[in-house]
Design a protein around this ligand. Sequence first.
Ligand code: IPD
Ligand code: CA
Ligand code: CA
Length: 267
Amino acid sequence: MRINSPRMTVIYNACNKASRSLIRDFGEIEKLQVSTKGPGDFVTASDKRTEKIVIEELLKAHPDYGILSEEVGVINKENKDHRWIIDPIDGTFNFLNGIPHFAISIGYEEKGEIVCGMIFDPIKNETFFAEKGTGAFFNNSRIRVTKKNKLINCALATGGPKSDSPRKENIFEEYTKISRVVDAPIRKFGSAALGLAYVAAGRFDAYWEWELNYWDVAAGMVILKEAGGYIEFLEPGAPTSNKRNVIATNSNIHEELKGLLIKKNIE
Ligand code: IPD
Ligand code: CA
Ligand code: CA
């Protein structure tokens, strides 16, 4: 693994340690306790265990850094300049159903900007990571977004809607309409973090989803940018942590896809 900065090493070690129990839990999925946070929003004992290990490791390295993590919320809230943004399992629904497509996602935010991040898929043993200014990587290799410039030839992916979304029907409709426009099915693999990582790695040409949370996208933001992609949040003016509607592309097809999405949204 081409990790050569102290901060990336801290993140990698945290992911690696947490992944051991996560892999074990995935093998014994039927024994896991499950609770719900809201309609369709599951949290497993494994989300909590993974989060605990990740946080312990990160705090060991930097006891004073702030943390925003999906299940426990905020730690060291006075430190706003140095924060970890954590999703312990992105893709819990897949995890719960024994589908090997989920990841640990950790971003590091400095003075409001995500400057490094890692998306760690423990089952496929695939690690996507980047640090601002030094490129994006997949395991040992440098990654770049695709060069495709026509939507019709593209692999598009999305996610959602959440079961309690007020825009649920519109989102389903939009999905069907865009599928028709590009004359191809749109992929929905169930992990927003891996969706962004896959655009960065050139597996997808674009990923979009509405009503995400900051921890779903934090690491992906820097990985995608460092891979030459473009990520846009459709709430101009909102602070990054409140931006929830995401379009992430190889940058060449950005305007075409955005135009279509906005058009479909208001039709
Ligand atoms: C979810 C996944 C899913 C996306 C949801 C997210 P979780 O995260 O990223 O793909 O469609 O919007 O909430 O709950 O598995 O961490
Ligand atoms: Ca998530
Ligand atoms: Ca999660």
